[in-house]
Design a protein around this ligand. Structure first.
Ligand SMILES: Nc1nc2c(ncn2[C@@H]2O[C@H](COP(=O)(O)OP(=O)(O)O)[C@@H](O)[C@H]2O)c(=O)[nH]1
Ligand SMILES: [Mg+2]
Length: 340
């Protein structure tokens, strides 16, 4: 799962990237995509580690790519669009600070960025429609493409069209931009914590997730050692760092859940999409486990902690045997039995 930190130049993307990952990438104009991961904090993994004392403890991770905005302040060049295309989901950083860059215009910035994605998608569809109308070979795709185009013409992103699973399958090869899930980070000046009224209003009206973050300060905090971080955050009236707030929103945006695996060798958390089956969860661990899937032995985290051991769960019936199609729940501890 790769989340692209995107937006126009000078909006605070690299600063946010540093705040999230604790890296120290130089800010300012650059054309390199920076990559970094953050661990998803999860007290359940810590609890399992406490019980098993394993050799290794592994948290789920989210991968970030800081995608430079290119030269334009209100438009995106083809290279930048190409880099955005590779992302699974987007976090657009919107400038909310002045700092010599001029009065911020966050609502206009959100709209302008969306327009760029929409225009790019329209270009792709237009070309394809021409061919589809000439060939008359694929009526289903033609109908779908016309529906998409009409929606984009109204300046609406494809993600708001209400496409069903079949539609999405047909469209997956096109890698449209305005179809990608997106959330917004408003980079605020020091000392401010709330969204300006016009931004909050836009978010409410269009049902957008917009997180206010003072990116510059949070980047400074992320560079401190953990003990000092707590102190600093308390002074600012925050109970958790930007990365924690961001992860929660990203999980929600991408509709992710966590399942767990445990043992003497490793206790580990894994992110999968809500609605994934046991065999898909097995595949997240290793393709062999999906290929040779026999069954999953599943205990909910709460039941495990209450019962104290896997043997006790077997005894009291809280360990369940589930098949391929079982829909994995958040907090399930899974043991995949497989044979390859
Ligand atoms: N005051 C203030 N300045 C910021 C903030 N975030 C970034 N900056 C500054 O704005 C400039 C551009 O930031 P940068 O992260 O390089 O933007 P990018 O081009 O989107 O990657 C840098 O000088 C940053 O120090 C912020 O939240 N508040
Ligand atoms: Mg940058």
């Amino acid at each position: 799962m790769k989340i692209g930190i995107v937006g126009f130049s000078g909006s605070g993307k690299t600063t946010l990237f540093n705040a999230l990952t604790g890296q120290n990438v130089p800010v300012g104009f650059g054309s390199k995509v920076n990559l970094g991961t953050i661990k998803v904090p999860d007290p359940r993994v810590e609890k399992l580690a406490e019980i098993h004392q394993p050799d290794k403890v592994t948290f789920a991770e989210i991968l970030f790519a800081d995608v430079p905005g290119g030269k334009g302040n209100t438009s995106l060049d083809p290279q930048t669009l190409g880099k955005i295309r590779e992302m699974d989901a987007l976090a657009q950083v919107v400038r909310g600070f002045d700092e010599g860059a001029g009065t911020p215009a966050p609502v206009a910035e959100i709209t302008a960025f969306e327009s760029e994605l929409i225009l790019s998608d329209m270009g792709i569809i237009e070309k394809r429609l021409e061919r589809l109308r000439k060939d008359r070979s694929d009526a289903r795709l033609l109908e779908l493409m016309e529906r998409c185009f009409a929606h984009l013409e109204k300046e609406e992103a494809l993600r708001t069209l209400g496409l069903d699973d079949n539609d999405l399958k047909l469209l997956s090869g096109f890698a449209f931009l305005s179809i990608k899930p997106i959330l917004f980070v408003l980079s605020l000046p020091e000392g401010e914590t709330a969204l300006p009224a016009e931004v909050a209003e836009l978010g409410a009206r269009r049902n957008l997730t917009i997180i206010p973050i003072c990116t510059a300060i949070e980047a400074e905090i992320a560079a401190l050692d953990p003990a000092d971080q707590k102190e600093f955050l308390k002074d600012l009236g925050l109970d958790e760092p930007a990365s924690a707030r961001f992860i929660k929103s990203a999980y929600w945006l991408l509709d992710l859940i966590t399942f767990l695996t445990q043992g003497k060798d490793e206790c580990r958390a894994w992110s999968i999409r809500r609605g994934s089956t046991a065999v898909e969860a097995a595949g997240a661990i290793h393709s062999d486990l999906a290929r040779g899937f026999i069954r999953a032995e599943v205990i909910s985290f709460d039941d495990f902690v209450k019962s104290g051991s896997e043997a006790a769960c077997r005894e009291n019936g809280t360990l369940r045997i589930e098949g391929k199609d079982y829909i994995v729940k958040d907090g399930d501890i899974c043991h995949i039995r497989f044979n390859v």
